[in-house]
Design a protein around this ligand. Structure first.
Ligand code: SF4
Length: 449
């Protein structure tokens, strides 16, 4: 937890020698608390004070990377309990679990690796697979992990086994190079697991039972004492309610109480007998507060819903996803093609451009800079008004591409048509539909009439 200026002051030499460039130690301490100065500027800080200040400036939830290649993902480093306080930064990794004795293992892994969907201009996909040891000994497990790696080279992995020898065999056979997440160290096996994680340089999941957070904190202290810092916490809960209680407490303890032993990302096993129940559990884990989520069902509808939810939760509400404001060509528009205008909020742009494309009529789509706000919000905030519309028309030079002077504005800002006509003399302002979904019929009927 961050220290206040006075708490930092107590750790300084209090000689007011000014060598740090500040008139007093107190002034320097205040600046440090605001992160406006470097501790190194004071040559007289004791090692104890340095250690205390370093620990206090460490992020409350450690950032942990899983994987080693292009698809590596990092989780943790979160600073807020609620998304409206500040953004959530590192979206949870979604991993599909396969059993090591699954005859379809390679096929399932490559299907998971290849699955992707486009939404508002971004590619959404699963982050990796978790290979669970189904028994059969170290050699069998190592072979299964090798098969998973061959099916999807470079895809991040979670290696799940209670047998350190099985994990060691898989890691020694080459998996270590991909820096998989190891699941899991328990009170019974933590020494061997910690050794293994250290030997292969991999992050390690610590697992408690039935949401026992005291046991988890104790286990964390032991493993950290053995020199490991890249940890992930699995409270061992097995229901929606228990997940919510344990995950919320973990986040609170890390952020509000500065509980270092619990300042790590959370591992959520969302397994449930049906994909519908699993979807609910995983969705809750996306919102509160998982760093890695393992699912069992590869049901496209559920995976798509989870990826969409995750994208929404991890988009900063104060910085909406935007597209570049400019003139877009939909199809191959010509001089007679319609001109429509909308805002640069990503969801708005993709809805409008998708419907225009679907209408099968090439068109010019003008995208005004509304600071990423939708049509109505932009209008209410004065970011999408007659002046902005006129400026966009003139600035993009769209008139040079067409032999007409007709502009379709969104139905939601129909009231602006008179003002736009004043701003754009010689132009006919047409009021389009309020909803993007009605654009195809509008173009076929009103525009073509
Ligand atoms: Fe105080 Fe250190 Fe600055 Fe000197 S250099 S005034 S001891 S903080």
């Amino acid at each position: 937890m961050a220290l206040t200026g006075l708490e930092i002051y107590k750790l300084l030499p209090k000689t007011n020698c000014k060598e740090c460039g500040f008139p007093t130690c107190l002034a320097f301490a205040m600046k440090l608390a605001q992160k406006g100065a470097e501790l190194e500027k004071c040559p007289y800080v004791s090692d104890e004070a340095k250690a205390a200040l370093d620990a206090a400036s460490a992020p409350p939830i450690r950032l942990i990377a899983v994987g080693s290649g292009e698809r590596t993902f990092a989780v943790g480093n979160e600073v807020a309990l609620f998304r409206h306080e500040k953004t959530f930064y590192h979206q949870p990794g979604l991993m599909l679990r396969v059993k090591s004795d699954d005859a379809q293992l390679a096929e399932v892994v490559s299907r998971a690796a290849d699955y992707q969907v486009e939404r508002v201009g971004m590619t959404l996909r699963l982050d990796g697979v978790a290979v669970e040891d189904a028994g059969g000994g170290p050699a069998a497990y190592a072979a299964a992990v090798a098969a998973a790696r061959a099916a999807a080279p470079g895809l991040p992995l979670v290696l799940m086994s209670g047998d350190p020898a099985a994990l060691d065999a898989a890691l020694a056979a080459g998996a270590a190079a991909e820096r998989p997440l190891l699941h899991a160290a328990t009170a019974a096996n933590w020494q061997a697991m910690a050794e293994l994680a250290k030997k292969h340089g991999c992050p390690l999941v610590l697992q408690a039972e039935d949401g026992d957070l005291s046991a988890l904190a104790e286990l964390s202290a032991q493993v950290r004492g053995a020199g490991l810092e890249d940890l992930v916490l699995d409270p061992g809960t097995d229901s929606l309610g228990a997940d919510l209680g344990a995950f919320t407490q973990l986040r609170r303890l890390a952020l509000k109480k500065g509980a270092r032993a619990l300042g790590y990302p959370i591992f959520a096993r969302a397994s449930a007998p049906t994909w519908q129940a699993e979807l609910v559990r995983a969705a809750q884990a996306v919102c509160k507060y998982a760093g890695v989520i393992v699912i069992d069902h590869f049901e496209r509808a559920a995976v798509y819903a989870l990826l969409t939810l995750r994208q929404n939760i991890y988009t900063d509400p104060q910085k909406p996803i935007q597209v570049e404001p400019r003139l877009y060509e939909i199809g191959s528009p010509g001089p007679d093609s319609p001109i429509l205008i909308t805002t640069n909020f990503s969801l708005t742009y993709f809805s409008v451009s998708g419907e225009v494309e679907g209408a099968g009529m090439p068109a010019w789509l003008l995208v005004a800079d509304s600071d990423g706000q939708s049509v109505l919000t932009g209008w209410a905030a004065g970011k999408f008004d007659a002046e902005k519309i006129a400026k966009t028309v003139k600035g993009t030079g769209v008139a040079d591409h067409v032999n007409h002077r007709k502009l379709v504005i969104p139905g939601h800002v129909a009231g602006l048509s008179g003002e736009v006509e004043e701003e754009l003399p010689g132009w006919q302002i047409m009021v389009g539909p309020r909803e993007a979904v009605d654009i195809p019929s509008y173009l076929k009927t009103i525009w073509s009439a």
